[in-house]
Design a protein. Structure first.
Length: 406
């Protein structure tokens, strides 16, 4: 009997998010912002529950929520102000994160200038980061959002964003609001804020073209131009944007290792680096990467020497990578070098290959008036010993024949 024909089951046509696009979709940051009550409950939860005698367990969730709500209602405006300021920082962070894709490409002065100005003002009104840990987290989130937006904007967008916080519409200096914000959030976060805004303030919008170009200083004299050329066919341009990026990298390294950005010291190091290697952009970039890596070493010895002034900026940029390395890294490299020589380096002089050289047997020199025998190939050991014995007997016979007659 013939078997009934059955169709093979179809494979599922549903495409996953990875197979449809070929790549995993990048997780975007949440556009929602926290309100003041969430900041209050997060930072004060442990203290309020301890005061009310409530254990922070899932079983006491209702009692804990009621205690937090009652404590929040009992606060006046002055007590709620720090948490309201944290909420304002997070709202600015969410608005900055929303500038993406086409919105980032098409954004103009009317979109970006009020947003950045509001963010700077909110940072200036931030509560003390040493007292309120939630304020430090909110300020750091906003600074990171501004740094991320810098990578999404073009030059026109960057110039438009900083136009609201300039000291004047014609100049590139930043206004007093930036200094107030930098002082309110501490040297580390303040240095990062100033670095981003200074980078943007170096650009100016050309109204006719609608694009931003770097603002260039007055034309230097011919002698100065010939002494420090700015272009190299191998390394490209060293414009203000590249130099500002190097200053920003040095400031981040200093802030991470010493707790303060030290803008003036980092600017001094960059100027010394540019003065020595500005004619070769490729070498300038290599040296900048080397300095950033070695200043960020875990021991922090080189960074503290630079910040304390014991190592001058001009001397720092002259040091090679081997001199910039930390003591631990130097010791590790020395051990690796010794291990390599023990295991890999071979002696070039091999052992003796001839038996007479190995046993110390050498041919007898010729007598006076006789020519040296020509070099012959090595003979077996028995032949050599026999030849030596024959030579000794001939010598004795010759000596006896030369004795005087009695």
């Amino acid at each position: 009997p013939s078997l009934p024909l059955t169709m093979a089951p179809k494979k599922s046509q549903r495409k996953t998010r990875k197979s449809a696009g070929g790549k995993k979709s990048r997780k975007k940051s949440s556009g929602r912002s926290k309100n003041a009550y969430l900041y209050f409950s997060t930072s004060q939860r442990a203290e309020i529950l301890r005061r009310e005698g409530i254990q922070d367990t899932p079983a006491n969730f209702v009692a804990a929520s009621q205690a937090l709500a009652a404590a929040w209602k009992g606060l006046d405006e002055a007590a709620r102000a720090p948490f309201e300021a944290c909420a304002a920082l997070d709202r600015c962070r969410a608005e900055v994160d929303s500038i993406r894709g086409a919105a980032a490409r098409d954004a103009g002065v009317e979109d970006l200038a009020p947003l950045v100005k509001e963010a700077v003002v909110a940072l200036g009104c931030a509560p003390s980061t040493a007292v309120f840990t939630c304020a430090a987290a909110a300020a750091q989130g906003l600074i990171e959002a501004l740094e991320a937006m810098d990578g999404r904007l073009n030059n026109a967008g960057r110039a438009a964003a900083v136009s609201g916080v300039r000291a004047s519409s014609a100049g590139s200096a930043l206004g007093s609001a930036v200094a107030t914000a930098a002082g309110a959030i501490g040297s580390s976060l303040g240095g990062r804020l100033v670095a981003v805004l200074k980078k943007w303030s170096a650009l100016k919008v050309v109204a006719s073209a609608g694009t931003a170009q770097p603002s260039r200083p007055s034309r230097p004299p011919p002698a100065a131009t010939a002494a420090t050329p700015q272009r190299s066919a191998e390394g490209g341009d060293l414009n203000d944007e590249t130099r500002s990026r190097v200053v920003g990298l040095l400031m981040r390294t200093a802030a991470k290792g010493a707790g303060q950005a030290s803008f003036n010291k980092c600017r001094e190091v960059e100027r010394a680096l540019f003065s020595r290697f500005g004619s070769d952009p490729k070498e300038y970039r290599r040296r900048a990467r080397s300095l950033t890596h070695n200043l960020g070493a875990s021991d922090g010895a080189l960074l503290h020497r630079v910040l304390e002034g014991t190592l001058d900026a001009k001397q720092l940029v002259r040091l090679e990578a081997e001199d910039l390395a930390s003591d631990a890294l130097k010791a590790e490299r020395e051990q690796e070098r010794e291990r390599y020589f023990r295991s890999e380096v071979k002696l070039t002089a091999g052992p003796p290959k001839r038996r007479r050289d190995l046993l110390g047997i050498f041919p007898r020199p010729g007598r006076k008036g006789e020519e040296e025998p020509a070099s012959q190939p090595d003979k077996p050991m028995e032949s050599q010993e026999a030849a030596a014995e024959d030579g000794l007997q001939e010598s004795r016979a010759h000596d006896s024949s030369m004795a005087p007659l009695e």
